[in-house]
Design a protein around this ligand. Structure first.
Ligand SMILES: [Zn+2]
Ligand SMILES: [Zn+2]
Length: 290
C-alpha cells in the first residue's frame, strides 16, 4: 500500500509544487484524493490512469478539482471502458456535470457521481472510506481510508484438539462458529489476534477540527501556514495546529501538505519538529509505503 503525493502546493502551483492531489495505491486499485490542475501529468510513470477506480474530492475550490476534465479526457483517449466513481460533498453532481460540459470531451465510459455527507461510508472489498465534515467555509469533507481488520491465523494445534479438520475450516470461517459433538466452537477460539488494518486520514483544507478517528498510521493534514497572522482569517491550519491534531488523535506519522509558496520546506519542517517528532513535509512525488 502506497501513498503518492502528486501535488502539494497551496492554491497556486510553484516551480516545485503542483496543485493538490494524492493517490493511494492499494494492491492494483488506485483511489485519488483531489485532482488539482496538472495531476495527470504528475502521475506519469507513477500511476496508470486506467487503474484509478474512484476519485474522492474534499471540496470545490479550483486548486482541488481542475485536473478532472483533463484526466478524464486522457482516460477516454486510452479507451477506458470501466466506470469511474467521483465522490464529494454537497453540490458535487452539479459541479462535476458543469466541468464535463466545458468542451467536446467525448467521455468513453460511465461516470458515477455521488454526494457524501458527514459519517457516510463507501465500501470497497478490502477497505472502506469514511467522510467527515471539515471547516473550510464551504461544503468540505475529509476522508478516513481504513483497511478492514482481518482475522488472525488459525492455531493449528488448538483446532486439531477441538476436532476441526478439512472443510470444517471454511465452514467455521464463513459462519463464525461451528458445532462439533454438540459443542459450539467460535472462530476466535482457534485463531490468533486479529490483524488491525492500516489507516490514513486526509483532512483536505481545513481549520483545526475534531477528527473522528484515533491512532491512524498516517495523518495528512493541511499545514498551509506558519503563523495565525499569515493565515489572515482564511480557513486553513497552521503547522502547529496540524501537529496538535496529530497528538490529539495519536497519529503515528504526520505529513503536512498544501504548503504556502511563501515558505521553504525547511522552515515548515523545523516548525513541525518542535511539536511532533514524526512529522514530515510532503513534496511532489513523495511516496510513503505503509
Ligand atoms: Zn486548496
Ligand atoms: Zn480550499
Amino acid at each position: 500500500m502506497k501513498v503518492i503525493f502528486l501535488g502539494t502546493a497551496a492554491s497556486k502551483p510553484t516551480k516545485d509544487r503542483g496543485l493538490s492531489s494524492i493517490a493511494i495505491q492499494y494492491k492494483s486499485d488506485v483511489v485519488l484524493f483531489d485532482c488539482g490542475e496538472n495531476a495527470q501529468r504528475q502521475m506519469i510513470s507513477l500511476i496508470k490512469p486506467s487503474k484509478i477506480s474512484s476519485i474522492f474530492l474534499t471540496h470545490f475550490h479550483g486548486d482541488h478539482i481542475l485536473g478532472i476534465p483533463g484526466l478524464l479526457m486522457t482516460m477516454s483517449l486510452n479507451e477506458r471502458k470501466d466506470p469511474l466513481s467521483i465522490y464529494g460533498p454537497e453540490k458535487t453532481v452539479y459541479f462535476i456535470k458543469n466541468l464535463l460540459r466545458g468542451g467536446y470531451f467525448g467521455i468513453s465510459f460511465d461516470v458515477h457521481i455521488k454526494e457524501l455527507k458527514d459519517k457516510d461510508v463507501v465500501d470497497f472489498e478490502d477497505f472502506y472510506i469514511q467522510a467527515f465534515e471539515t471547516k473550510h467555509g464551504i461544503p468540505s469533507l475529509g476522508y478516513i481510508f481504513k483497511e478492514k481488520d482481518r482475522r488472525g491465523s488459525f492455531i493449528e494445534n488448538k483446532a486439531k484438539e477441538l476436532g476441526i479438520k478439512g472443510k470444517m475450516f471454511s465452514e467455521l470461517e464463513r459462519k463464525g462458529e461451528i458445532i462439533i459433538n454438540g459443542k459450539k466452537i467460535k472462530l476466535e477460539d482457534v485463531t490468533g489476534p486479529k490483524k488491525i488494518g492500516r489507516s490514513i486520514v486526509y483532512t483536505g483544507d481545513t481549520l483545526p477540527l475534531d477528527i473522528p478517528f484515533r491512532g491512524c498510521d498516517l495523518l495528512i493534514h493541511d499545514g498551509t501556514f506558519l503563523t495565525d497572522e499569515d493565515r489572515n482569517g482564511t480557513f486553513h491550519s497552521t503547522v502547529k495546529e496540524a501537529c496538535e491534531a496529530a497528538l490529539r488523535i495519536e497519529a503515528k506519522k504526520l505529513v503536512l501538505t498544501h504548503i504556502s509558496q511563501r515558505y521553504t520546506s525547511d522552515e515548515i519542517q523545523k516548525e513541525a519538529l518542535k511539536y511532533f517528532e514524526n512529522a514530515i513535509v510532503a513534496e511532489d512525488f513523495t511516496v510513503i509505503e505503509l
